[in-house]
Design a protein around this ligand. Structure first.
Ligand code: FES
Length: 316
């Protein structure tokens, strides 16, 4: 049987075991959430031996070359030596400089990192509330413009991270993990193409960053942003978006409550097949949006989607 060496321990596991399961069963603290290669919180570093990785393309090439792997996507097929991500050793400290409620259950958290952090609008970042409590959150801030990192934390239902985030105060510190690239970004080549941004709940956060990036880069074609929320109170950036729309006439906004979504999708029409769509929502919503876009004639290659990691903590 293959032998795993990690954190000063060695143990044997069955050939072909899922690495994340094997680590957890043997008491090694590795955070996990989606188990689908999307949230990327389950990273471990392979320093010797080989793993069978079902999604080697999920991590940036540079990080992959450093030996990082997504434990949930790997099978053990021989002896391996691993290191687990240690926020204390490898993370960066950040200080809470903003902690306010956009609605009764959406917390806006602004963090000032101890060093300049390079990221792009639409990416996400791991926030660490303890060795086993890492959560990826989308960045709503705009690099080189906002001097803080901004996150929108859905606290409607209880969850380990949202409970932690609630009790943070100005001046509190926490550790940051790695910046992860999702599918959401703004490409300067899109400047003359209609842009369609579709989000539910706090999936709006990365699209708010991407929207401001597009406007900053002088996007000239129409931009249509659709936000789905549980109820009208859930349109938590409504005033900020209305202010942007007033300053940028090419921006059109649609605020939809969940009960009206089926009717909204049924009457949805695409203006141009050249459009680019960016979607961020719970997986069920992403599926509904993607189907609607496909039926409206938008090729799948022009749809970029990120899903929420945890319905509990980030649902609408
Ligand atoms: S738990 Fe492995 S990528 Fe999300």
């Amino acid at each position: 049987m293959p032998q795993l060496s990690v954190a000063g321990q060695q143990f044997e596991v069955a050939l072909g075991s899922n690495l994340l399961d094997a680590l957890k069963v043997n008491g090694i603290a590795v955070p996990s959430s989606c188990r689908a290669g999307s949230c990327q919180v389950c990273q471990v570093r392979c320093v010797a031996g080989q793993l069978h990785d079902a999604q080697p393309q999920a991590l940036p090439a540079e990080r992959y070359a450093e030996g990082w792997r997504l434990a949930c996507q790997c099978r053990v097929e021989g002896d391996v030596q691993l290191e687990v991500f240690d926020p204390e050793r490898e993370g960066m400290q950040a200080t809470v400089v903003g902690h306010d409620w956009l609605t009764s259950d959406v917390l806006r958290l602004r963090l000032l990192p101890e060093r300049v952090l390079r990221y792009q609008a639409g990416q996400h970042l791991q926030l660490c509330a303890g060795p086993e409590l890492l959560r990826p959150y989308s960045l709503a801030s705009l690099p080189n413009e906002d001097h803080w990192l901004e996150f929108h934390v859905q606290c409607r239902t209880q969850g380990a991270f949202s409970d932690f985030a609630r009790q943070l105060q100005l001046g509190s510190t926490l550790r940051l993990g790695a910046v992860q690239g999702g599918s959401l970004h703004y490409d300067p080549d899109w400047q003359s193409r209609p842009l369609l941004l579709m989000a539910s709940g706090t999936g709006l956060a990365p699209l708010y960053g991407v929207l401001r990036e597009a406007l900053r880069q002088g996007h000239t074609a129409p931009i249509r942003l659709c936000h789905v929320a549980h109820d009208t109170q859930g349109h938590y950036l409504r005033n900020d978006l209305l202010a942007l729309a007033e300053a940028h006439p090419q921006l059109a906004l649609e605020f939809v409550v969940a009960a009206e979504l089926p009717a909204f999708l049924a009457q949805f029409r695409l203006v141009e097949r050249r459009s680019i769509a960016l979607v961020c929502a719970h997986p069920v919503r992403v599926g509904a949006f993607a189907k609607c876009l496909y039926l409206a004639g938008l090729p799948r290659a022009r749809v970029f989607a990120d899903v929420f990691v945890s319905a509990n903590e980030q649902g609408e």
